[in-house]
Design a protein around this ligand. Sequence first.
Ligand SMILES: [Zn+2]
Length: 430
Amino acid sequence: MSSDLWDSKIESMKKDKLKELQLKRLKELVNRVYSKNKYYKLKFDEAGVKPTDIKQLSDIEKIPFLTKHDLREYYPFGLVCTEMDDIVEVHASSGTTGKPVVGPYTANDVDLWGEVMARALYANGMRKSDRMQNAYGYGFFTGAHGFEKGAQKIGAMVITIGSGNTQRQIKILKDFKSTVIACTPSYSLYIAEVAEEQGFDPKNDFNLKLGTFGAEAWSEEMRRNVEKRWGIHAAEHYGLTEIIGPGVVSECKHKKLHINADHFLPEIIDPNTGETLEPGEEGELVFTTLTKEAFPAIRFRTKDLATLFEEPCECGRTLPIQSRIKGRSDDMMKVKGVIVFPSQIEAGLMQVEGVSEFYQIVKTKKGDMTELSVEIEPTETRWREGHLDDLEKKAEDEIYSILNLHVPVKAIQPKTIERSTGKAKRVIER
Ligand SMILES: [Zn+2]
């Protein structure tokens, strides 16, 4: 059992010991940011909080939240808490919705990143003998770099192909006998599709046994399809540039997302009031980086909706568990008074035999009203069979059973929805 843990001392630590460690680190962190960064000091002063006010873990609630808005305001290096000379690596988010989020790292931060990613990949089943085809985009984005650092720490081979050039991905999968693929779940399905066009059977013609997927919200039903299609174990990764990149959680064999809470202290809050919620209640995830040096985030609001659990897991880990992300609060849609997340529609679609993994949610605004419809690509076989209104009806019924909302579904010709080598665009506006 313990051989499945990369760092059993931490990962199976007693709950009260973990809380002691978290409190010690929180106190050090608060002292450090207060004395080293004028913006953090101002934030604390305005809220009337002093570092000495932090006496127990729940005192964290006295500290104001850090938001995306703060990060934009102090772009690029305003929240750095070390000397600029100590920064050895910088990453950034794509910045599609404004200024990018900047992630600076000291040498210790880089080490920490490798360590938590090694924990995560080891928990997924990666070992030294593995060969990981790294099909995340290299560049500014944290994804590829985090997976590379973790895999190398384990001692596995990193195949640094990056994203895109799908024909070449297939050739390298075959020639290099890759055993692990790292990319977005939707890109893995696109690779499978192209491989099939070339006459390969993704399940039997490659050496893959594990997929380490992230950077995309996907449903449990989609995960089952990815696993079936490739004949692999598909593991979920979760992380954010603001926190460290991937490596915030380690998903175990029982598919539980264990938070690396010795470094990233989680909270769940009511997204409307900011009040702290109890374990088991759904709300917005908030993280505090307890040990990061260059850019510590204190009570960062992720906008991701999830639930925290403290129960022990069969895998032996005692680290707290977060549910799969239900959706970003930004992705939430309100249709005829019903709250809708894209992942719920996906969960419905994936129940229907003959619906492929390529679909698109179409959002139409009529005045203040939002209307939704869904376009699905049937599988090639199902498309040739015809009677597609039966398929559409089945998909509508499945969505209705989840949302209690009628969302019209239209079957369109296979291979018309644009394929992505990174994050799939599931919702479009027309
Ligand atoms: Zn577990």
